[in-house]
Design a protein around this ligand. Structure first.
Ligand code: GH3
Ligand code: MG
Ligand code: MG
Ligand code: MG
Length: 314
């Protein structure tokens, strides 16, 4: 459809084709009390490969967003019974920011102040009725592009470029929040520091590129083994893992399992088989500050190294 219609840019057609090939139908929710408007918007959006959900009012919209947390965009009318568009935006913005859920307010153009008010309440953008098709697509796609750009910028600030793990900066910000939560709720938080053994030898023997492959492999394994943990690269071949709600013994056991898996399989890089091991320090002693707990884990790591490496000290 888009390809046939020459008013769309080539790049846009490519974007849609990519979505189609990846089977990535972005989810969008249309909220409007008028059945005609709802169906009209839904059919336009379906033509552009969105997976469309519909709601008749704010209350229904909240329920659908709860069931479908990966809906990216909400298009909402202003005037609706039960809960109007402003109340809906206000409610959603209590816990979802503009990147998590983009909101585009829609209403008839007879009240010129609506657009400003929608945006003041936290909408990303506004569309007035009647609109031409292109404006709908442009606003939705521009909003999506903004979200993607912000995500890219955030990732480059918060992640390590090579391993794609979180970096030290993110760990200290996000980890401090986890740590405070544990302190306040009386829940456990295990903190582990790990370091690859004799990594300098890996570089010296197989080259720096092979060393990088090893680091990426290590990072991927960490993510796979600890999907609920906060995993970060502190620098070099040193990593940190925060495991909420896990006592020290269980944390140490899981780390030891990871240690064994790591040491039992070679990593393939530069047509070579590279065997590595790592040492670990882990503690769930909640200090006043996260940094103090990290230092405590670091001391345990140091002991693991001194004790012969390839082991977990708890
Ligand atoms: P230990 O068992 O005591 O930890 O010994 P080690 O050799 O692992 O520790 P050392 O601190 O002596 O060496 C770490 C090496 O890691 C030195 C540095 O060149 C290398 N390194 C740091 N960052 C990177 C990186 O991004 N890529 C690669 N390939 N090497 C890195
Ligand atoms: Mg209405
Ligand atoms: Mg090392
Ligand atoms: Mg080191």
């Amino acid at each position: 459809y888009v390809i046939k219609d020459s008013s769309y840019s080539f790049n846009y057609a490519i974007t849609l084709l990519k979505r189609l090939l990846k089977n990535q139908y972005l989810k969008i929710l249309v909220t409007d009390d008028s059945k005609v408007s709802r169906q009209y918007l839904a059919s336009l959006l379906k033509q552009h490969l969105f997976q469309v959900f519909t709601a008749e009012n704010g209350v229904q919209a909240l329920a659908i967003l709860n069931q479908e947390p990966d809906i990216k965009v909400l298009l909402t009318d202003y005037n609706m019974p039960e809960m109007d568009g402003f109340a809906l935006v206000k409610e959603l913005r209590k816990n979802k920011d503009k990147q998590e859920l983009a909101i585009i307010g829609i209403s008839s153009a007879d009240d010129a102040s609506l657009s400003a008010r929608f945006i003041k309440h936290g909408a990303n953008d506004f569309l007035s009725k009647p609109f031409i098709h292109e404006e709908l697509y442009c606003r939705v796609n521009q909003t999506l592009e903004h979200i993607e750009l912000i995500e890219e910028i955030q990732d480059s600030a918060n992640r390590d470029f090579m391993t794609k793990l979180y970096n030290r900066r993110y760990l200290y910000n996000q980890g401090a929040a986890l740590h405070q939560h544990a302190l306040q709720s009386g829940k456990q938080l295990a903190v582990a520091i790990m370091d690859i053994d004799h990594f300098k030898e890996v570089n010296d023997t197989y080259g720096h590129d092979a060393g990088d492959v090893v680091l990426i492999h290590f990072a991927n394994m960490l993510i796979k083994c600890f999907p609920n943990g906060l995993v970060a690269r502190l620098g070099g071949e040193e990593f940190c893992l925060l495991l909420p709600e896990l006592d020290n013994q269980h944390a140490a056991e899981r780390l030891d399992k990871f240690r064994q898996t790591l040491a039992a399989m070679p990593i393939h890089a530069e047509d070579q088989e590279i065997w590595i091991s790592a040492s670990f320090g882990v503690t769930n002693v909640l200090e006043e500050q996260l940094e103090a707990q990290i230092n405590r884990a670091d001391k345990l790591l140091y002991e693991a190294k001194n004790n012969g490496r390839n082991q977990v000290f708890a």
